[in-house]
Design a binder for this molecule. Sequence first.
Ligand code: AMP
Ligand code: MG
Length: 496
Amino acid sequence: MTLPGTAIAALALPLDNSFASLPPSFYTRLMPTPLPAPYLVGLSAPAARLIGLDPAAVNEDTVAMFAGSRVPERAQPLAAVYSGHQFGVWAGQLGDGRAMLLGDVATPQGPMELQWKGAGMTPYSRMGDGRAVLRSSIREFLCSEAMHALGVPTTRALSVAGSDQGVVRETIETAAVVIRMAPTFIRFGSFEHWFYRNDEASLRILADYVIDRFYPALRDEDNPYAALLEEVTRRTARLIAQWQAVGFMHGVMNTDNMSILGQTLDYGPFGFMEAFDAQHICNHSDSQGRYSYAMQPQIGHWNCYALAQALVPLIGEVEETQAALDVYQPEFGAAVDRLLHAKLGLTQIPEQQEADRQLLDGLFGILQDSHADFTLFFRRLAGVQAASNAGDEPLRDLFIDRPAFDAWAERYRARLRAEASDDAARKAAMNAVNPKYVLRNYLAQQAIEKAQHKDFSEVERLLAILQRPFDEQPEHERYAALPPDWASALEVSCSS
Ligand code: AMP
Ligand code: MG
């Protein structure tokens, strides 16, 4: 595994330190706390290649770097400060309690920041130990790369490194470090931080940094800050539409977990919808269901409102702020409509708008009543034929209420005929948007349990499958199956 000379190459990552150019009050410089005897748990080859790291050249020194036990030469590690609303309540200062920025690397997609998550305590750790456990690190690693492959905007994950060092949660677990990548990890809460401190100068510095670096076109707008709010609101609306369409539930949509780039950020107690229930709550700690599947769109809007409030001092006018926020509903509605039409293999036709709304309402009604598996439903829907029910059987099997399904399927067929839909072409198009493979909780759990016994093969296999979620991969059929009975007892909480 060790190739001479590659240690230097890996550790000499061509890092810049853009974020560190902000005033010192935005962060604390510090070094990660090394973990003893780190080992490689998972590596995303595409993510590695993106930052110019040859996956084949990963060696002991690279793994030590992944674990935060070695620091690349040009890194200027820092933990950033931010605040936020947690579960709807102002929580005051939070900050990177266990994440540390290494710096940013130029890539074909623009600069990518690299961040260790779980690399030790920072001034913002509060009651935490600065660590992350293997279980939650594997979940974040797999889901980041799975979401990317699904075409959902997200932070990426490069690696997971583990160590036998114990970490106390409900039981004693072991430590791990994920390296995450994103153009920036600035959150809504980064802005709220300066607003609640009445520090308009710092607020402006942050907004100018974000505009100049990530939204340069907005600089020419009459009010760049209003334009920033509007663009972030649009991206957030579109992001959440994509979550709904793929059945992703974030679990902790606090404002400190909302990316200013409109990417999925911070994978904790997330889940993918299985037996459909619009009220499903994936986070066991969320007793009120604030972040249930059905609530996500509304919460996305609420979070944009929190960002808007923080930006009022820069935007200047409440009316303009309100106008920027008002784009949320139409943007979300249009995005969901587009995505659902694609999932059903339908063309958006103005004359069919009202009928399609009823068709979709009817669909979510029967999914809910039968608790049909969300991913399998849309994947199997591609097998329906416009002319007859000959292809219905695999889909029909997912329903308890078969007559309700049959009635809906007839309406769907009529709608397909109304646009003279071609079965083969539609199937190909639908299979390109309805994934066969998603990160079901029980699949993650199986990979985690093996990894806890030092067998990382399932992490690798699952990652490879999830990197091609739309491909049939017949050799991996069982990864697309309904979850086993024991899966319903799995609980994921904020403990990570
Ligand atoms: P989260 O809900 O995971 O987004 O975390 C909320 C806040 O708690 C952030 O400021 C995290 O950095 C911090 N935090 C979570 N877990 C830990 C930990 N084990 N040690 C230190 N800080 C943590
Ligand atoms: Mg967070």
